[in-house]
Each structure stands twice: as structure tokens, then as C-alpha cells.
Write a protein that binds this ligand. Structure first.
Ligand code: SF4
Length: 364
């Protein structure tokens, strides 16, 4: 009797979310815990088709440049950073970055995703000088510095987030990647030793949106958080987006445990099925964010292709270079032609885009 009542109630909740009603957190939790996968998939897929009726699935050719691995945070899910003073710490000089950009341009790329650790000694003009030189020389899209890095710069330079972002924008910054979001709940962030707390991350995003800098948002799942914490994360993003409309895309991805301190405690990756359920729920929950990207880089190309039927309208990047999650075990590779083939095979039309999700002409 109890089971039938709960099942009916979940069906009712599914009807309400199909009508774009925003549920209470406890109701969302019931949906993710009890709804059949095909129902979640169906609602997410219909919403994707409604938001993107021309049937295009986008992708980007860009390069992830990690300008430094030196970091004063010590996140215990990270295999990339080196503490200040460590012999393996590095900072790329401008010339090294220029040659990476030139390689990216040679294969038809449109911009760079540049991120790094929280370096305690790099001056502000390292960042502003680099952005303005890259813009002047190449005119490319500069999708750079996660909120965690902006937080680190503000702390290092004794400046507000707004002032740091204004300086970077004036130097050529186009958009901000949503890295460092992980799960925006301080209980799990403290356990994972994340330097930037959830409100600080959100405040940086709100400051960026206030300055007209578009951003993406991410969610990293499978690093020891609970389902209610994942719901709280989605709710915080939903509420900020209601105020600012500054998020252009949402990217849920999975924790990669190899070579990370907590990989010994959480050695397994999130199963593909669970990822796809959360991808669908994210699409439905964040109906106020226009684009949802499936993270083929962390879940592999097969689940990446399935994700296009679970609400994703974007398959992400060819990732000419990636140094952060590849160190933690995500070593999937794909060329532009592979991504285009996958999109076509799944019944969609491929479109190359820039980091701001504006579309580029098809390759000749
Ligand atoms: S995740 Fe980012 S902030 Fe955390 S240790 Fe790694 S590089 Fe530093």
C-alpha cells in the first residue's frame, strides 16, 4: 500500500516538472530516488528539444591551457596541484602559451580554456598582460579563470572580486569557466579541503554576471557527497540564475579518483547509469540555463553519446590538451570528426561553437 502511494506521488511530481514547475528540494530528492530512468530521460529529452528546436548539438574545438600547477589550496580530490616551493611546480611563460595557442589555431580551434592553481606569488599583470597579448595577437575567445582562481587572486592582491574581474575583462577576458563548483555545500567542501567556500564561489559568479561576463557552471559528482547535497547544489545554481541569467551552460561531470588523496577511499567511478540520471535531472532542474553539456571526457564517448538523449545539447570539447582530470585517470580522446560522427549517428546536426556557445561556420 505504501509503495503504491509513493509511486503515484512520484508520477504526480513528474507531471509537475514536465509542466516546468519548480519543486521543493525534498520533492526533487524523491524524483531522483524513485522516478524510472525512462521517465526522467523522456522529460529531459523533450525539454532539450523545446529549448533547441533546430536539432543541433554543439561542440567546441579549443585547448585547455594550465598556466601553473602551483596552488595554495590542498583539495584532496586533486591530482594536479603542487604546493608552493615544490620541485615539480611550474608556471608557463608567455612564449610557451603562444605556441600552444598557435597549435590550437592550426587544428581549427576558436579559443582557449585557461585555468591553473592558486599561485601565491604571480602578480596581477601576469594575468592581465597575458590576456591582452593573446587578444592582440590572435583575437581568440578567452574563457579563463574559474571562480576559485578569481577568489585566489582577490585574496592575494587584497582586491574585491569585482575589481579583479574588471581588470581581467578590460584586458580581454570573455567568459569564465565554472570550475571549482564541485558541490556547493560547505560540509563536503570542508571535508575535501577546498579553499573557496560555496558562498565565495557563488559571489564570484554573481560579480561576473553583474559585469556582463557570461559563465558556465559545473557539478562534480561521485566524490563522497550525498544526494541531498547534490540537490542543494542544483538549487543554489537555480536561484542565482533566476537573479542574474548569467550562466550560459551547465556541465555535470564525474569525480576521477586516480592519483588523488581521496582516491584511496573512493576508488571507483560513478556508474554511467547514475550519471545519466543526474544529467537528465540537471537538464530538468536547471531549465533556466540554456545549454547542458555531457562530459564525454569523464564518462567516455559511449555514455557521452547516450547523454544526448538525456537532455544534453552540447558534447563539449575535443580537448587538444588536458592536464587536470587526465592526471586523475580520465584519458578519453576524440577528434573533431569523431564528435561530429557521434552527433550525426545519434540523429542530430553537429555545429561547432565558441566557448560562449555562439555557433561557427561548419568546417569545409
Ligand atoms: S582543484 Fe584547483 S584549487 Fe584545488 S588543489 Fe587542485 S588546482 Fe588547487
Amino acid at each position: 500500500m505504501t509503495t503504491i502511494a509513493a509511486a503515484e506521488s512520484t508520477t504526480e511530481l513528474l507531471s509537475r516538472i514536465a509542466a516546468r514547475e519548480h519543486l521543493a528540494p525534498g520533492e526533487w530528492l524523491q524524483v531522483i530516488e524513485q522516478a524510472p530512468t525512462e521517465d526522467l530521460q523522456d522529460i529531459a529529452d523533450r525539454l532539450r528539444a523545446e529549448l533547441h528546436p533546430d536539432n543541433y548539438v554543439t561542440y567546441v574545438v579549443d585547448r585547455n591551457i594550465n598556466y601553473t600547477n602551483v596552488c595554495f589550496s590542498v583539495c584532496n580530490f586533486c591530482a594536479f596541484y603542487r604546493k608552493p616551493g615544490h620541485s615539480e611546480g611550474y608556471v608557463l611563460d608567455y612564449e610557451e602559451i603562444y605556441s600552444k595557442v598557435e597549435e590550437m589555431l592550426e587544428v581549427g580551434g576558436s579559443g582557449i580554456l585557461m585555468q591553473g592553481g592558486l599561485h601565491p606569488d604571480l602578480p596581477l599583470d601576469y594575468y592581465t598582460g597575458l590576456l591582452s597579448e593573446l587578444k592582440k595577437r590572435y583575437g581568440i575567445h578567452l574563457h579563463c579563470f574559474s571562480p576559485t582562481e578569481i577568489y585566489g587572486m582577490a585574496k592575494t592582491f587584497g582586491m574585491t572580486y569585482e575589481t579583479v574581474l574588471k581588470e581581467l575583462k578590460a584586458a580581454g577576458l570573455d567568459s569564465l569557466p565554472g570550475g571549482g563548483g564541485e558541490i556547493l555545500v560547505d560540509e563536503i567542501r570542508r571535508k575535501r579541503r577546498t579553499e573557496c567556500n560555496s558562498q565565495e564561489w557563488l559571489d564570484v559568479m554573481e560579480a561576473a554576471h553583474g559585469l556582463g561576463i557570461p559563465t558556465t557552471a559545473t557539478m562534480m559528482i561521485g566524490y563522497g557527497e550525498t544526494r541531498p547535497q547534490r540537490i542543494e547544489h542544483l538549487e543554489k545554481l537555480y536561484r542565482l540564475q533566476q537573479r542574474t541569467s548569467g550562466f550560459i551552460a551547465f556541465i555535470p561531470w564525474t569525480f576521477q579518483p586516480d592519483n588523488t588523496p581521496i582516491g584511496r577511499i573512493i576508488p571507483t567511478r560513478l556508474p554511467g547509469e547514475e550519471y545519466l540520471r543526474w544529467l537528465a535531472l540537471s537538464r530538468i532542474y536547471l531549465h533556466n540555463i540554456p545549454n547542458v553539456q555531457v562530459s564525454w571526457l569523464t564518462v567516455g564517448l559511449e555514455d557521452g553519446r547516450r547523454g544526448l538523449h538525456f537532455g544534453a545539447n552540447d558534447i563539449g570539447s575535443t580537448m587538444i590538451e588536458e592536464n587536470v582530470i587526465s592526471k586523475a585517470g580520465a584519458n578519453h580522446k576524440a577528434t573533431e570528426n569523431m564528435l561530429r560522427s557521434v552527433i550525426l549517428e545519434e540523429g542530430f546536426l553537429p555545429a561547432k561553437r565558441k566557448a560562449d556557445y555562439s555557433r561557427l561556420p561548419a568546417p569545409g
